[in-house]
Design a protein. Structure first.
Length: 204
């Protein structure tokens, strides 16, 4: 995990300044997620990056605990938190493999732009399923590399080999949906807003 964490540490400042690819799509994702919340919701996010999404959602829930394995990303997240004077979000440095998925503790778990960056997704999803309370939701946004154009599919391994891109796990949208189902989740919302991109909400 050290090499991957260093990759994200090195790009953290640039990443924090980068605008989302589509503001309209991002706002729609936020809106669909916020429909799952109430003032008593306990939320976990892994792969939180610089914390933007958790901080936006903070006023809709009781508490958010957010993790990322990049120390530099978490540093930026905490700076944002202090600037906004938000008290119900906690940021911690942990790889997803080390996140304490406490049994039946959370109402919503968020995993944005992370499942295509991990290699043990069945195990991760099983832990998330166990950590959710009955009726709880897992929300994710994932790049479905198998559905992207040939140029992207071919250039990613090269970029990874020279340290310009993280290692990518390849799957299609259907494969990712089916993986969630095998763990026990029911599909609540599957939004394929762009070829090779899936916003997915599943329920325990």
């Amino acid at each position: 995990m050290t090499t991957t964490a260093k990759f994200w540490d090195d790009i953290s400042i640039k990443y924090a300044k980068k605008a989302v690819p589509s503001e309209d799509i991002y706002q729609e994702k936020l809106k669909r997620t916020q429909k799952l919340f109430n003032k008593e919701s306990i939320v976990l996010e892994f792969g939180c990056g610089t914390g933007t999404t958790s901080l936006i959602h903070s006023s809709f829930v009781k508490e958010i605990i957010a993790y990322d394995y990049s120390q530099a990303m978490i540093k930026i997240a905490n700076e944002k938190k202090q600037q906004k004077n938000i008290e119900n979000v906690t940021f911690e440095i942990k790889a997803v493999e080390d996140v304490p998925f406490h049994t039946e503790t959370y109402d919503v778990i968020m995993a944005h732009s992370i499942l295509h960056l991990t290699q043990n997704n069945r195990e991760i999803l099983q832990k998330a399923y166990q950590a959710l309370r009955p009726g709880g939701f897992l929300v994710s946004s994932s790049g479905c590399i198998k559905e992207m154009n040939v140029l992207i599919r071919n250039i990613i391994p090269f970029m990874t080999s020279i340290g310009k891109a993280p290692k990518i796990t390849k799957f299609s949208a259907n494969e990712l949906i089916e993986l969630h189902k095998t763990v026990g989740f029911k599909v609540y919302d599957a939004w394929r807003y762009k070829k090779g991109e899936l916003f997915l909400i599943v329920q325990k």
